[in-house]
Design a protein around this ligand. Structure first.
Ligand code: SF4
Length: 393
């Protein structure tokens, strides 16, 4: 099984703390080139995937990461923070990616038996791969990314009909949990409410148990990409003018037509199909647990939880968890001050927790999962790839 590592470039395993999971990326580059992908700004689309880190170190690096959290805070985060493989490539699109995914996921499952494991893909899934995934991972979540935009906007990726077939195969494979990324939802792909209803029905028929309807993070990096390609479609032009109209420097825009989101959510309620506006809520639902990323915490609840078409049973699970585990503010304060190495005096309030200090984006995401509280620092130091500023500043 080592043969495909011949071109391996040794390095440090990339682990980033994203808002919904720990992202593990030992392969960079995606053969597809979707118009809206955040990898465009890093020239990682339409490229040959290659190893930039040693995959045999994944378990060791994750181990170190969780140990660092435990040493600092006393919290065992192995069962709290989900692990997602392949955010800087699509691991199912190439043979290299598939073999690497199987090896990584097998070794991680062996070490972290209860961790929530995830892969996001626009690739095809056949029965053989589905079986091999279960053999390696036991249970895992597969997020099928389907925007319904068509291949004109997603060159190099299989048609979304093929992805629905993969979803069906996952749904028929015990251990695989198929969910859906609706990103981006646009008025090109969903021009009216009738289409929204049909698309939801297709997802249900294919066995998807829930969707996450989230926008594209348009920071200055992505903004510059859209400026360059804005002539290609009226949709992108309308996104950008909407964006400029609001005078936003960094925001999340789902569509040029704000009604699209409402159509989808309304139809989801009618169809009794769960759609979340927060990816971690979808993962919480799929893994049958209360929200793990402070989406239920006030004031985030108004923006992250209330607008979702979340089933009543899941709302009850989150409510029960929130009511029964009201973490005392001194414990929250203690965890945050130990994690950041700052004086407890700089931490005030409980919901939200206000920090009188700036913190890095990845620390914010991690801490919110550890204390289940919305955290508001004086400034978020952005260090995630899709928010790298234009000109590298
Ligand atoms: S109740 Fe709210 S926080 Fe919990 S999973 Fe549903 S939408 Fe998310």
């Amino acid at each position: 099984m080592k043969s495909f590592y011949t071109s391996l470039q040794p390095g440090i395993v990339r682990i980033e703390h994203h808002p919904s999971w720990l992202a593990v990326d030992v392969i960079q580059g995606c053969p597809a080139s979707c118009e809206y992908c955040f990898l465009n700004t890093q020239s990682l689309t339409a490229s040959i995937p290659r190893y930039t880190a040693d995959p045999s170190n994944v378990v060791e690096e994750l181990d170190k990461h969780f140990r660092r959290i435990q040493d600092k805070t006393g919290i065992n985060a192995e069962e709290i923070i989900p692990i997602c493989f392949g955010n800087n490539t699509d691991l199912l699109l190439t043979k290299l990616g598939q073999e690497s995914l199987l090896e990584q996921i097998g070794s991680v499952r062996h070490r972290f038996s209860k961790a929530i494991l995830i892969v996001v893909t626009k690739g095809k899934l056949n029965k053989d791969m589905a079986k091999r995934l279960v053999d390696c991972a036991g249970t895992m979540v597969i997020v099928f990314s389907i925007s319904f935009l068509g291949q004109r906007y997603e060159q190099g990726a299989p048609h979304w009909h093929e992805r629905l077939k993969g979803m069906q195969i996952a749904a028929g494979t015990e251990g695989l949990i198929p969910v859906h990324y609706w990103r981006p939802a646009t008025s090109v792909s969903t021009p009216n409410i009738e289409t929204a209803a049909k698309q939801i029905q297709m997802l249900k028929d294919a066995g998807s148990i829930a969707s996450s309807l989230i926008g594209l993070a348009i920071g200055p990096g992505l903004g510059s990409y859209y400026r360059d390609s804005v002539e290609r479609t009226s949709e992108l032009r309308s996104i950008m003018s909407y964006y400029r109209l609001l005078g936003l420097k960094s925001s999340v825009v789902t569509t040029g037509n704000p009604e699209v989101k409402d159509w989808i959510i309304n139809e989801a309620y009618g169809a009794k199909y769960p759609i979340f506006v927060n990816t971690s809520c979808m993962i919480s639902y799929a893994s049958k647990q209360p929200d793990y990323s402070a989406a239920y915490s006030l004031p985030r609840r108004y923006k992250r939880c209330h607008p979702s078409a979340c089933p009543p049973i899941q709302r009850y699970i989150c409510y029960r968890c929130w009511e029964s585990s009201k973490t005392p503010s001194d414990k929250v304060q203690n965890v945050i001050s130990r994690y950041l190495g700052i004086s407890p005096k700089k931490i005030v309030g409980n919901a939200p927790v206000v920090l009188e200090t700036p913190i890095k984006q990845e620390d914010l995401y991690c801490l919110q999962m550890l204390v289940l509280r919305s955290i508001e620092p004086t400034k978020i130091v952005r260090n995630m790839a899709w928010l790298i500023k234009h000109n590298g500043k």
